[in-house]
Design a protein around this ligand. Structure first.
Ligand SMILES: [Zn+2]
Length: 332
C-alpha cells in the first residue's frame, strides 16, 4: 500500500490525492477541539421540552423523538411562487418549494446519538423513513436528511437533532451518483453500488463494523480521513424499502460506528451525516441508499481545512490513507 497516490471515486467521478507521507511534517495548526459537557436541560434552548420557540410555538413535554416543521424554513410549500427568467433563460429563478423539518433525537439536551440505545436509534430511523414517505406523497423529487454534529460543523444548537429538506429538485450529489450509476450500467451492464459493496467486502481492510444486514466502511476513495459509508446489504433505494427488522440491525451498526468514533477521538466526535437516497418519484433504479458520515477531523485535535485544491480546484487532498484510518477506527 503506497502512502502517496491518487484514487478514482467511481460514484462521484473524481480523483482524490492521498499524500500520507506529508504527515511526517511537523504540524503547527490548531490544537484540541474537545467538546465541553452540556446540561440535560437548557432554559433558552428552542429544542428542549416545554420551551417556547421563535414563532411562539411551545414544545410538548416529549419523551422520545420529536418532529416539527422548521420555524425558519429554507423550503416551504407556501414559499413565494417565483417563476422568472432573464437573458434568454440564462438566469432562472423559481420558488423554493418543499418542506423542512427538525427532528429532535431525545428530550435530554446533553445526549448525543451515541448515548442512545439501539432501540432509540431504530426509532429515529423510523422517523427518517416517515418523513421520506411524506415527501414522496407530496410529490416532491427528493429528501435530504442530515445531521450537523459538533461545533466545528457550524451547528448552532447542541441539542441532539437533525434536519430534513424535502425538495422539488434533486440534490447535486445524488444527481452525480445517478449519472455515474447509469454510465456504469451502460458500459458494464452491472450495478455500481453492488460492485462497490462487493469490492469492500472482498478487500475487508476498510470495513469498520458489519453484521448480517449492514456494513460500515471507509470507502477506497474516501475524501475525509474518517469518512464512512454505512450501507444496508438488502436492496433498498430509499428508507421506504427497509423492513422493521432491517432497521433494528442497521441501528446496531450505526450505534457501534458512532461509539467507535467517540472512543478513538475521546470526545463527542463531530461529523456531517447525510442520508443518500434515490429520487422519490422514479422507479427501476440501480441506486442503493446509504448513510454518509463526513467528519472534519483528520487526526485527533486537527481538522481538515478546505483550501486551494478543494475550494479552488474542486478535488480533495487527503493526508491519510483509508486503510490506515479504518484499522484505527475498527480497533478503537
Ligand atoms: Zn435542548
Amino acid at each position: 500500500m503506497a502512502d502517496w497516490e491518487k484514487r478514482w471515486n467511481p460514484l462521484r467521478q473524481e480523483w482524490i490525492i492521498y499524500a500520507a507521507h506529508r504527515n511526517k511534517r511537523p504540524w503547527d495548526g490548531k490544537g484540541h477541539l474537545a467538546s465541553k459537557p452540556e446540561p440535560s436541560y437548557v432554559s433558552d434552548c428552542y429544542l428542549c421540552p416545554t420551551n417556547t420557540r421563535v414563532n411562539g410555538a411551545v414544545n410538548p413535554n416529549y419523551e422520545n423523538v420529536y418532529v416539527f416543521d422548521n420555524d425558519v424554513p429554507i423550503l416551504g410549500l407556501h414559499a413565494p411562487q417565483v417563476n422568472k427568467s432573464a437573458h434568454n433563460d440564462l438566469y432562472i429563478s423559481k420558488g423554493a418549494n418543499g418542506f423542512s423539518k427538525v427532528i429532535c433525537y431525545s428530550p435530554d439536551h446533553s445526549k448525543t446519538m451515541s448515548d442512545l440505545t439501539v432501540k432509540q436509534i431504530a426509532k429515529i430511523i423510523h422517523e427518517w423513513k416517515k418523513v421520506t414517505l411524506q415527501a414522496k406523497e407530496k410529490q416532491l423529487a427528493s429528501v435530504l436528511v442530515f445531521e450537523n454534529k459538533g461545533e466545528i460543523t457550524g451547528v448552532s444548537n447542541f441539542h441532539p437533532h437533525c434536519q430534513v429538506y424535502a425538495t422539488d429538485f434533486i440534490f447535486n450529489h445524488t444527481l452525480l451518483e445517478l449519472e455515474s450509476m447509469n454510465k456504469y450500467r451502460e458500459e458494464r451492464n452491472r450495478n455500481l453500488f453492488d460492485d462497490i459493496l462487493q469490492a469492500e467486502q472482498i478487500d475487508k481492510n476498510r470495513i469498520v463494523v458489519e453484521n448480517e444486514k449492514a456494513v460500515a466502511f471507509i470507502p477506497f476513495f474516501a475524501k475525509y480521513a474518517y469518512e464512512v459509508m454505512l450501507m444496508p446489504k438488502m436492496k433498498s433505494k430509499t428508507l421506504l424499502d427497509l423492513k422493521y427488522s432491517d432497521i433494528e440491525e442497521i441501528s446496531e451498526v450505526y450505534l457501534q460506528l458512532i461509539k467507535k468514533y467517540d472512543a478513538l477521538f475521546d470526545m463527542n466526535f463531530p461529523y456531517v451525516m447525510s442520508i443518500m437516497q434515490a429520487p422519490l418519484q422514479e422507479s427501476n433504479l440501480d441506486y442503493q441508499m446509504y448513510f454518509h458520515f463526513q467528519p472534519p477531523l483528520r487526526i485527533p485535535g486537527i481538522r481538515k481545512y478546505l483550501a486551494g485544491p478543494e475550494i479552488g480546484g474542486g478535488n480533495f487532498m487527503a493526508d491519510t490513507i483509508p486503510e490506515v484510518s479504518a484499522e484505527k477506527l475498527r480497533s478503537s
